[in-house]
Design a protein around this ligand. Structure first.
Ligand code: TXA
Ligand code: MG
Length: 342
């Protein structure tokens, strides 16, 4: 790492020039967004995008999301935008929303993993927006983590994991939302959710009257299977420690107690209300039961704590698969590699 900048309070002009220089020279920048931190590089450069794949150890067939600062930049990068896509852009951008569109040739084929489409996202976070706007360069940026690990949402986790693999790290404080954007592709005129996120099924339905959810969201997908979104195939968000997800139902607490009998050296990732019930165990509080926003914000930092506790398993309290809860459960099911107690 060449530079580490603290922009929690404001963006320093001199430092901004240095960041832009690194991007123009095909370097890698860790940069905050409202969802999770990204590892960003020039989306128009094969060389820059290749460095992202190497830094993360990412599978070659898994395309990157390209971040833009405004609608004009979208038009520079993609071919056709139909009425539904236009409506989705106008409703949800800037914000935690990614739309898969047909790409123009200027976008690196490395970024699109040799495919014809590209995910476009206009973040609301002002640091990444300012860097894109001032450099006038769209930024390819996957989540800031080594592939398979929980996404980076706070700077200490990221420094530990990635400091030797990038040129600049920008500290923008803890990410507000904490889980990644909703990835949507309009298929036969129906917006289809390929990865659930902060923008929910209900939000999309309200905006354009229809929505579908990919059938593969909670499935274990084989590496050679063809799916709408390559990200569905890979191990994700997982600590090294074995994780068990205990679904939310009237037996949730009893089910956790049963697992604890089998694995006394366990930690629990659970709701604030249940901390006292498990006061004799290592406990990571992820927020109040009903406060899904708080839980979303804490989930990746909680998963990252697990390996430091030196336990045999992590037992995780699930939430209902509704609204933002669906997105949280999507991450947890993958972190637990389908080890689920219902
Ligand atoms: O919130 C976010 O989206 C964060 C921040 C940094 O913007 N980015 C992020 O990127 O989560 P990444 O690379 O970790 O996840 C991108 C997901 C993957 O599951 C990938 O398979 C899918 O989006 N994806 C990207 N491009 C695609 C495409 N052209 N077609 C289908 N799926 C695509
Ligand atoms: Mg990721």
């Amino acid at each position: 790492m060449e530079y580490m900048f603290n922009w929690k309070n404001d963006i320093n002009k001199n430092e901004l020039d240095k960041v832009i220089n690194v991007i123009k020279n095909d370097g890698l920048v860790i940069i905050p967004t409202e969802t999770v931190y990204g590892i960003a590089a020039n989306a128009l450069s094969d060389e820059a995008c290749t460095k992202i794949f190497v830094a993360k150890g990412r599978a070659q067939d898994n395309p990157l999301i390209v971040h833009v600062s405004d609608k004009n930049m979208i038009k520079r990068l993609v071919k056709n935008i139909n009425d539904i896509e236009e409506k989705l852009i106008d409703t949800f951008m800037p914000g935690p929303f990614t739309l898969i569109l047909e790409k123009k040739d200027c976008i690196s084929d490395v970024a699109s993993a040799m495919g014809d489409t590209i995910g476009i996202r206009m973040p609301s976070n002002k640091i990444i927006r300012e860097v894109i706007k001032e450099s006038n360069i769209p930024l390819a940026a996957p989540s800031a983590n080594i592939s398979g690990r929980p996404s980076g949402t706070c700077i200490d986790d990221i420094i530990e994991e990635l400091k030797d693999r990038v040129d600049v790290i920008i500290d923008g404080g803890k990410c507000n939302i904490g889980i990644e954007s909703t990835v949507v592709k309009v298929i036969n005129n129906v917006p289809t959710i390929l990865r659930p996120g902060y923008i929910t099924e209900e939000d999309i339905k309200k905006a354009v009257g229809k929505v579908e959810i990919s059938k593969n969201l909670f499935k274990k997908v084989n590496k050679n299977e063809k799916v709408e979104s390559p990200g569905m195939k890979y191990r994700h968000y997982a600590p090294k420690t074995k994780c068990i997800l205990v679904e939310k139902n009237i037996n949730q607490i009893e089910n956790i107690k049963k697992i604890l009998k089998e694995y006394p050296n366990a930690c629990i990732i659970g709701f604030k209300e249940d901390e006292n019930t498990f006061r004799n165990n290592k406990y990571i509080n992820i927020g109040k039961k009903e406060d899904l926003r708080e839980i979303a914000k804490n989930i990746f930092t909680a998963l990252r704590k697990v390996d430091k506790l030196k336990v045999d398993v992590a037992i995780i309290e699930g939430v209902e698969k509704e609204g933002l809860g669906l997105s949280i459960m999507n991450r947890l099911v993958r972190a637990c590699e389908n080890n689920i107690i219902s």
